[in-house]
Design a protein around this ligand. Structure first.
Ligand code: ADP
Ligand code: ZN
Length: 772
């Protein structure tokens, strides 16, 4: 019943570089394991055969790591299968087996094999990418170990304690400390106070007095009793109807995909939570994907308030904690995994439900090998596990919406906000007219200023949004027009006032601001444009009575800064919150009655076929941050393109209208969701090398497309929109075809030429998001 991704069955015909002609599916494993099929973490899609010494045959299963001779080195590989007919009769022996239990199960092997074929990377690379490095390495850290009594009440008589005091005084001290602090205590603390070392603690564990557990100190998450968990809310009629549709699918043998199109504040999250309960009741487990963990503290709090046995997978988890969490998930001690895109690979068994919150977000796409999109992997995984996928959003990606229009996904709609709240009215301010009227440019328009004054005077709060950090994005000379650029990238440097420095937002290079023009030596240096830092200054001048907090990656560098800032805003310490896309998502503050979009044009002008879609999404999402309480709300959008359809449809809260128009354009130009894309980027320190290689491959591809006569377009070669990053010149080719298999065969036809050389690196991106 699916088209699109699911047509791309992970079959070998999809391969750019065939895995191995005589690859046997794991089900048909020969009973005698003579030779192992091994893949290595290199950008080459090839399976190697090794003979298995008889003493290892019993232990080795697929998904385990093995030590192998490779070239003239010893390296680590993953065993992906067995065969009795090797490619060559001169196979080498496996040296050893590293794992006792497999790191990847059959499902993960299937998924990673699909990843390697669809995204044109090595199978070994794909496996390495889905298993966190900390699981692969063996780290010994005791700082995250916690100790507590083994039973509910310490089963320890005074007599026993006295006895121990003479035989093992330090261990006795540990028990005394625990008597005083019956809650768990970190092993580090215990060791410090008692002087008893880790082996002593282990002995106490062996004797049955204490339990030792690995945990993150500040996340020590004890299961709560059922009555401490928050209850689900009674659903509204609209939610109930949606919930009924969801439940009907959940119990089907092949549940498929639901696209939940619900406006901001319509109660999607509540629906996810209640669906999780249903899945758990069926004895299944759930994966809950969010665009970015650190940006969604409110959602995570809501999930944790309702459920026990929840694991949150942060990318910045400390080593041992991550490892123990991975084991908890693998060994069935966890029911719900929440995390960003890589959590789709969590080793959870028996997954019955996968939720993708804000499915349109581009953070679901990974921007290095394997360049997967978690949304697509979710569907693949769910198909193998017969799980239901719910993709929820107020602004569906056109890819997903198109699948729903075609009936491949079921569309479920929530069109009303909870509590009869209205979506806020949106005022578009024509900044061109504003300039004419006020004879000059003012960052804050009169209308925005007026509404800010109104909200602030009523003790309400304001959110201001600008997708650009720093003070000024251009430093130029008024006399000769010189623009200060990064010496490594073809990108203007941004002035950061607080540190009196200029920064490249691509390679992070830093330079002192020039005092005179480096080109003509005139002292007419001018700072043009504006970023969040400048707005902050401007607001402080204009609204001196109010407190403003700025949230962008400059001001929110330390861990937890984000959560603290949001908490302070929620408590009313600040009246104005100013930020970049960091604040566009998921925030729910009832006292916010005004949202100002300082410039809707920052994205609109990017050379990217998704520019309109991104602009529409951003305005809609930001607008969704207001009018969530009883006081109503309003949005002011400032733009020099006030009649652009992304902006007018967003202002009218008309997703369908926008989608209809945008789909028309995409169809004319055969862009996704109609045509499929791949991008090949060539990077070299020498521009002519990158150009030469891209031309050679482009010629080949064009020949191939012509010979095959299908409607394949090869665009390029051309310099990438940002031609130089980090001293690497970049040229690119775009492939546009009717389906993925045309793209794969075309890329396959040049796979030999795509291998990296000394001077030119190539990067293949199937279903790309980054076009710069
Ligand atoms: P969305 O995820 O669509 O933005 P939420 O699930 O966050 O919407 O709901 C918006 C607000 O409405 C939240 O504060 C939530 O607690 C509340 N809410 C959701 N469903 C209900 C309900 N059935 N009854 C009362 N309040 C609800
Ligand atoms: Zn740079």
């Amino acid at each position: 019943m699916y088209t699109g991704l699911l047509n791309q069955d992970p079959s070998p015909s999809d391969k750019i570089d065939l895995i191995s002609e005589n690859y046997v599916e794991p089900e048909n494993q020969p009973s005698l394991k003579l030779y192992a099929e091994v893949v290595v973490n290199i950008p080459l899609n090839k399976v190697f055969h090794y003979s298995i010494p008889s003493h290892l045959r019993e232990f080795l299963t697929t998904g385990m790591r093995v030590k192998i001779p490779f070239g003239n080195k010893v390296t680590t590989g993953f065993c992906v299968g067995f065969t009795s007919t090797p490619f060559t009769d001169k196979t080498k022996d496996i040296i050893g087996v590293i794992d006792k239990i497999p790191l990847a199960d059959d499902l993960m092997l299937k998924i990673t094999r699909w990843l390697s074929s669809h995204y044109c990377c090595g199978w070994g690379e794909a496996i390495a990418a889905v298993i966190p490095p900390v699981v692969r390495s063996r780290i010994k850290e005791r700082w995250n170990t916690f100790a507590k009594w083994s039973g509910d009440t310490p089963a320890l008589s005074q007599e026993a304690l006295l006895q121990m005091k003479t035989r093992a005084p330090k261990q006795a001290k540990v028990l005394e400390i625990l008597l005083e602090h019956p809650a768990e205590i970190s092993a580090k603390e215990l060791i410090r106070i008692s002087g008893c070392k880790m082996p002593g603690l282990r002995q106490l564990e062996k004797k049955g007095f204490i339990l030792l557990e690995n945990k993150l100190p500040d996340a020590a998450d004890m299961p709560r009793s059922i009555d401490l968990l928050q209850q689900h809310l009674p659903l509204t009629q609209e939610q109930q109807n949606a919930f009924d549709s969801v439940c009907k699918r959940l119990i089907q043998p092949k549940p498929g995909v639901i696209l939940l199109h619900g406006i901001t504040g319509s109660g999607k999250t509540e629906l996810y939570l209640q669906t999780i309960t249903k899945a758990l009741e069926q004895g299944r487990k759930a994966i809950y994907l969010v665009p970015e963990i650190s940006l969604t503290p409110q959602t995570i709090q809501r999930i944790k308030a309702r459920f026990n046995r929840v694991a949150v997978l942060h990318s910045n988890l400390l080593g041992t904690f991550h490892q123990s969490q991975w084991n908890d998930i693998k060994e069935g001690r966890v029911d719900i995994v929440i995390g960003a895109r890589s959590s789709i690979f969590a080793p959870l068994k028996n997954v019955g439900l996968i939720i993708i919150d804000e499915e349109h977000e581009n953070t679901y796409k990974q921007e290095n090998n394997p360049r997967y999109n978690a949304r697509d992997i979710a569907i693949l995984r769910a198909t193998h596990e017969n799980a239901l996928v719910i993709m929820g959003t107020a602004t569906p990606s056109l890819e997903s919406y198109y699948q729903a229009l075609n009936g491949n996904y079921e569309l479920v709609v929530l069109s009303k906000r909870i509590g009869e709240r209205q979506l806020p009215p949106v005022d578009i301010v024509d900044m061109g007219e504003e300039v004419r009227k006020r004879r000059g440019y003012n960052i804050i328009s009169q209308r925005l200023e007026y509404y800010m004054n109104q909200s602030l005077a009523r003790n309400e709060q304001v959110i201001l949004f600008l997708n650009r950090r720093g003070f000024a994005p251009y430093i130029h000379c008024k006399r000769c027009g010189f623009v200060l650029k990064c010496h490594r990238c073809d990108i203007p440097m941004t002035f950061h006032k607080k540190f009196n420095t200029t920064l490249c937002h691509y390679c992070h290079a830093e330079a002192r601001p020039p005092e005179s023009c480096p080109d003509c030596l005139a002292s007419h240096i001018n700072y043009r444009g504006f970023g969040t830092e400048k707005i902050e200054d401007e607001i402080k001048n204009k609204f001196p009575k109010y407190q403003i907090i700025r949230m962008d990656s400059d001001s929110m560098r330390v861990r937890d800064a984000h959560e603290k800032a949001l908490a302070a805003f929620e408590q009313g310490t600040f009246q104005i919150l100013l930020g970049t896309q960091m604040i566009a998502k998921g925030l729910d503050f009832p006292n916010v009655t005004l949202v100002g979009v300082i410039s809707a044009d920052t994205m609109l002008n990017l050379p990217d076929f998704r520019a309109s879609e991104r602009t529409f999404q951003l305005i809609s999402q930001v607008a969704g941050r207001t009018g969530r309480g009883t006081k109503g709300g309003r949005v002011v959008v400032q733009s020099f393109n006030p009649r652009h359809y992304s902006i007018t449809y967003a202002a009218a809260h008309d997703y369908e209208g926008f989608a209809r128009k945008e789909l028309e354009y995409r169809k004319q130009l055969n862009y996704p969701p109609f045509g499929k894309l791949a991008r090949v980027v060539f990077r070299s320190p020498k521009e002519d090398k990158a150009k030469e290689k891209s031309s050679a491959i482009c010629d080949k591809l064009k020949e191939f497309a012509k010979a095959n006569g299908d409607r394949m377009e090869i665009l390029g070669p051309s310099p990438a929109p940002v031609i130089k990053i980090n001293d690497q010149f970049r040229w690119h080719i775009l492939l546009k075809a009717q389906n993925h298999s045309s793209i794969h065969t075309a890329l396959h036809s040049v796979s030999d030429m795509l291998k990296p050389s000394k001077t030119v690196q190539t990067m293949v991106d199937v279903d790309p998001y980054m076009m710069l």
